[in-house]
Design a protein. Structure first.
Lengths: 267, 325
């Protein structure tokens, strides 16, 4: 009897794993079939107004890139403060708040940026979108930096200080270098996370059918356009949405795999 | 230089604090209009963007007198329900005044129900996966499956929404009946989405069980099931509850996966396969087109969502997960 219960339980557990894997397979196969079916290299050459995705891909990368330019230095600096300078109370409060911010609903962050950037500046813009994504990114970068710096052995810090280096020199030249790979991986994963975000961009950057590099107006976003296209009645729009989803997913998964590969080889 | 570096890093750390407080204050002040208008009744009012007649005694009495003295027939019917509008409207010919009311009950209920369905669906499967990864699978299988599950977590939510709408929902609707866009299909797709997240943290909690405890139980002749039930589960219980609550917090705020599937209508669902709307979806669909009281009501919803998820995440992080470590 005990052995039977054991068998049943273990089979159920294996079954759960199979269910989980089959969902992954189902989604990926769907994406491949629908996405590759509508995929064409001319998608990279034309803008959305001409049935392509060029402006959207460039736009999404600029939004995520700009968000990284804002979010990575701020997040790293905050992580360094928590781990290296902060003492006790304040540090742990910031750490906790950053954890909470990491799980805050992304649409609420969109609403916040809408209220503090979009309304005062008179309209949706690439800048507003990048700021929303940066706010999503900061807590993730803080978390990684914090964790990775905590793995750096004390002796390295002490050795640096014993040589007469000032604290910031020790941090920049020794500690960050020692934790470089871990931080890079975390930043990469954070980038992969924000490049697939839609909700914070809906009413901050919105999207545009045209190619533009002007960050002060509505800015082309791949994810927001996927949402618009997928809800259009025409078959051709939905096919384009599938092709765009396929490209987006391949990008996101590739970045994730690279990140994991880096961590693995390091170990 | 040292000073500058330290100040800069302190400033960046404080930024987290400032942003969170900023979100709070901004949501509050932007929803002020709706809060002043409706107060807490907002939460229990099921009408959204609906014209209701109001009576402002002074005005209607006066005009009623005027019209009756002229001997005209007063048409009390209020046939301007189709007028779009924000505030109070008076129609001179018609005597009746209407205003548009915004109540939050439908999206609040929709949010809670989709989250519950998602949780009910994904909890057993996530536990099964976590047990499989932590205790059953050989290390290399566990690594590969674990990575696949984490990749599932990395897929953007909009992809879950599209896949859910065009491939998953039709099957569910065939099996259960009812609409393809409904509470049920939205909840299930949301469940698939939080599945990997919940499985991964639950596995991590289970992995904290000391090997000595497990080995002693095995040495006493316990089966794997008994070890999991009597040793690992009690040991990692607090951490597991924490991870479930964290997944719940994530499900509450999810926008895109739900937006494709919930149907987006402001109607209270009477069955599990009825369409309705959730807070994030109400925001996603209506923000751009709203102004005045309507926009303020959306901010009010955002504030409610933020407060709920703030509370849930704090509970998970500071009570359960802290206790677990």
């Amino acid at each position: 009897m005990r052995l039977l219960i054991n068998k049943i339980f273990l089979s159920l557990s294996v079954l759960s794993a199979l269910i989980g894997l089959s969902f992954l397979a189902w989604i990926l196969i769907t994406l491949f079939i629908k996405g590759l079916g509508s995929f064409h290299f001319s998608l990279f050459l034309n803008d959305l107004i001409n049935g392509g995705l060029r402006n959207l891909l460039v736009g999404q990368f600029i939004l995520a890139g700009l968000a990284s330019l804002i979010g990575i230095p701020l997040g790293m600096a905050a992580g360094i403060y928590i781990q290296e300078y902060g003492h006790g109370r304040f540090s742990s409060i910031i750490r906790d708040l950053s954890d909470i911010m990491m799980s805050a609903p992304s649409i609420v962050i969109g609403a916040f940026v809408y209220a503090v950037v979009v309304i005062p500046t008179g309209g949706t813009s690439g800048f507003a979108g990048a700021i929303a994504l940066a706010i999503m990114m900061i807590p993730v970068v803080i978390n990684t930096t914090d964790n990775m710096l905590s793995l750096v052995p004390r002796e390295l810090r002490e050795a640096g200080i014993a040589l007469g280096a000032s604290k910031y020199k020790v941090i920049i030249d020794i500690i960050i270098k020692a934790a470089k790979v871990g931080i890079m991986t975390g930043v990469l994963l954070a980038f992969a996370r924000i490049i697939g975000e839609t909700a914070p961009l809906l009413f901050t950057s919105e999207t545009s059918n045209y190619f533009t590099l002007d960050l002060t107006e509505s800015f082309p976003s791949l994810t927001v356009s996927i949402y618009d296209l997928a809800n259009e009645p025409e078959e051709s729009s939905r096919d384009l949405a599938w092709a765009a989803s396929f490209i987006l997913t391949v990008m996101v998964l590739a970045i994730n795999l690279v990140g994991r590969f880096i961590t693995r080889t390091k170990k | 230089m040292e000073k500058i570096f330290q100040k800069l890093s302190l400033a960046s750390a404080s930024l987290v604090f400032i942003i969170l407080i900023g979100i709070f204050i901004t949501l509050f002040s932007s929803s002020k209009l709706a809060i002043d208008e409706y107060g807490f009744d907002f939460i229990t009012n099921p009408d959204w963007n609906k014209e209701v007649p109001i009576d402002i005694p002074a005005i209607s009495n006066k005009s009623a007198k005027v019209s009756s003295s002229k001997g005209e027939i007063i048409d009390e019917d209020d046939d301007e329900a189709t007028f779009p509008k924000d505030d109070v409207m008076f129609d001179e010919d018609d005597e009746s005044a209407t205003k548009t009311v915004f109540g939050g009950l439908v999206p609040i209920v929709g949010t809670l129900l989709t989250t519950l369905i998602a949780l009910a669906f994904s909890l057993p499967i996530a536990m099964g996966i976590a047990v499989f990864l932590a205790e059953i699978a050989p290390k290399n299988v566990s690594n590969v499956v674990g990575m696949a599950i984490e990749l599932l977590a990395a897929i953007p939510s909009i992809i879950f929404g599209m896949w859910g709408l065009y491939y998953f929902a039709p099957i569910v609707a065939d099996l259960v009946g009812g609409y393809q866009v409904s509470l049920l299909t939205a909840g299930l797709v949301l469940g698939v989405m939080i599945l990997p997240f919940m499985a991964a943290i639950t596995r991590d909690s289970m992995n904290t069980t000391p090997a000595v405890l497990k080995e002693s139980a095995y040495a006493l002749g316990a089966t794997k099931f008994e070890v999991i039930k009597d040793i690992i589960f009690p040991y990692s219980k607090v951490g597991i509850i924490g991870s479930i609550i964290l997944a719940l917090g994530r499900a509450l705020g999810e926008t895109m996966a739900v937006a494709f599937l919930i149907g987006s209508i402001f109607v209270l669902p009477s069955a599990i396969n009825d369409p309705t709307i959730s807070i994030p979806v109400a925001m996603a669909n209506n923000f751009g087109e709203s102004s005045g009281l309507g926009e303020s009501a959306l901010f009010y919803l955002a504030l409610i969502l933020f407060v709920i998820s703030f509370g849930i995440i704090s509970l998970a992080k500071f009570y359960f997960l802290k206790k677990a470590n």
